[in-house]
Design a protein around this ligand. Structure first.
Ligand code: UD1
Length: 339
């Protein structure tokens, strides 16, 4: 089984490649390194003891993709490659639409040309906006997207559904991720944001490492247990395993529906402050933080009902928030050479 992973050098992609090898699959990774570093591939190879094929290419270009499919006999695709910064998407909407939607369209076109019929797609709980009822199930309404980033996820989901409708024999699993945190327990791969992190996990570890002076917690006046926002934080290795489970569903079962959608979360909400406390407990390091005003566009609270994935993919999150924080810290220390 040879899996083409797009964006396999990124945070979730790299951890997924580790799990694909652990499940006995082979990998071709295409990534243009627009938001990731080539050395991550060496680290993945060191963890797995395998040598994945790495191709540095932009998949919005049809010929690039065609060459890959021509040169490798690809059985299935996991499509991660996308821009993912919510803020940046507001400033650069055309780049987000072109890259995220363009890549998905091109990928489907070339998969069709080469009769590759199995796709796992990387979506987000952002499609639910601020849900009316919690936890969210896969049937919860899709809300109007607050940002171009969120809209690209909604549109790509729809494109995949329309494509599947028009092409009998094509199957896809759409995974709606909640908030990935943590790192591989070796501490050799992890989240590697460029510049100032937007996301909570790397902001905490960089503050603990002394790279950022203070973690700003955006608002403590929400209607939540301690006033800070609630998210469903999932260890990235658990999230990675969900992709293997999704592929196995496509390979082994030939699902009754051509497109299956799953929430990939723990089923539990934690506040931002609880994440900071979990980090402190797991590492023994206190995080310098301050409470500031709300961040524009943040939703108050969201967490998953993950029962459908458990029932149908036979997958559930197993690692704790503290483990995730410990592993994220191991990675930050390793990357910064902190003893
Ligand atoms: C956002 C997107 C999500 C996307 C993810 C990855 C939305 C609603 N969510 O998640 O789809 O997949 O980014 O880029 O569009 N926080 C702080 N201080 C910080 C950083 C974050 O207090 O320095 C708080 C935020 O206010 C939020 C929580 O931590 O309450 C999580 O924030 P973040 O890691 O940025 O993820 P989301 O905004 O939930």
């Amino acid at each position: 089984m040879k899996v083409l992973v797009t964006g396999g050098t990124g945070f979730i992609g790299s951890h997924t490649i580790v799990e694909l090898y652990a499940a006995g699959m082979d990998v071709v990774n295409v990534d243009n390194l627009s938001n990731s570093e080539a050395f991550i591939n060496d680290r993945v190879n060191a963890i797995t003891g395998k040598h994945s094929t790495f191709i540095n290419a932009d998949i919005t270009n049809e010929d690039n993709l065609r060459n890959i499919f021509r040169n490798h006999s690809i059985d299935a695709v996991i499509h991660f490659a996308a821009f993912k910064s919510v803020n940046e998407s507001v400033e650069k909407p055309l780049e987000y639409y072109k890259n995220n939607i363009g890549a998905t369209i091109t990928l489907l076109k070339i998969m069709d040309e080469f009769k590759v019929t199995q796709l796992v797609f990387s979506s987000s709980c952002t499609v639910y906006g601020q849900p009316d009822e919690l936890p969210v199930t896969e049937d919860s309404p899709i809300k109007e997207a607050a940002t171009p980033y969120g809209y690209t996820k909604q549109v790509c989901e729809q494109i995949i559904m329309d494509f599947a409708h028009a092409n009998a024999g094509f199957y896809s699993v759409i995974l709606r991720y909640f908030n990935p945190v943590g790192a591989h327990n070796s501490g050799t791969i992890g989240e590697l944001p460029r510049g100032v992190p937007n996301n909570l996990g790397p902001y905490i570890t960089q503050t603990a490492a002394g790279i950022r002076e203070v973690l700003k917690i955006f608002g403590n006046d929400y209607d939540t247990p301690d006033g800070t926002c609630v998210r469903d934080f999932i260890h990235v290795c658990d999230l990675a395993k969900a992709h293997v489970a999704a592929l196995q569903k496509l390979i082994k079962e030939k699902p009754t529906q051509s497109v299956l959608v799953y929430n990939v979360g723990t089923g539990k909400g934690n506040t931002v402050l609880e994440v900071v406390k979990a980090f402190e407990k797991a590492t023994g390091i206190s995080v310098n933080y301050t409470i500031t005003g709300r961040r524009e566009g943040d939703i108050e609270k969201i967490w998953a009902n993950a029962a459908k994935a458990e029932k149908e993919l036979h997958w559930k999150a197993e690692r704790s928030l503290e483990e995730a924080m410990l592993h994220a810290w191991l990675w930050e220390k390793n990357y910064r050479n902190i003893l």
